[in-house]
Design a protein around this ligand. Structure first.
Ligand code: RP5
Length: 164
């Protein structure tokens, strides 16, 4: 199975990014985690992206806050899909990171999830790998069915409490 890389701009992002790592591991996807910054360690970030396809990665996840260029820098240096997680790390509450991550020029996409959307980044990465992996796809369908059952159980509880 292809691996997923989770790259964060700083270890200060880890408390949030951990949700993404846990979700990937729960799905049984081989995961590799690094701290590389587009600004502070550009050579390492670029080198990782350039080597990622040959190293067996299928998807890269980039988490960064403030002027968040990590997703874009990774995407500029690989044709693997890059998922961006804008991190809420400044006085601008993550809007800065959201716009820096999502507003990519044509030709170099970064699939951007919500501000602090770490769980969805992991699920999206697994969905990408599941295109070519029937077991992963089955696991995702199972999870989706459980989520549906959970909501319907909550609906039944609320309905029993309030409905005439
Ligand atoms: C970004 O700046 C990082 O991704 C982090 O969200 C933010 C702050 O980094 P530190 O100053 O905590 O290292 O590049």
């Amino acid at each position: 199975m292809k691996k997923v890389a989770v790259i964060m701009g700083s270890d200060s992002d880890l408390p949030l990014v951990e949700t993404c790592i846990v979700e990937l591991k729960k799905s049984g996807v081989p995961t590799e985690v690094h701290v590389y910054s587009a600004h502070r360690t550009p050579e390492e970030a670029i080198g990782f992206a350039k080597g990622a396809e040959a190293a067996g990665f299928g998807v890269l996840i980039a988490a960064a806050g403030k002027a968040a260029h990590l997703g874009g820098v990774l995407a500029a240096n690989t044709v693997l899909p890059v998922i961006g997680i804008p991190i809420k790390a400044s006085a601008l509450e993550g809007i800065d990171a959201l716009l820096s991550t999502v507003q990519m020029p044509p030709g170099i996409p970064v699939a951007t999830v919500a501000i602090d959307g770490a769980k969805n980044a992991a699920i999206l990465a697994v969905e990408m790998l599941a295109i070519a992996d029937a077991d992963l796809a089955a696991r995702l369908k199972d999870e989706r069915a459980k989520a549906t059952a959970d909501v319907l159980a909550k609906d039944a509880k609320v309905a029993a409490q309030f409905n005439d």
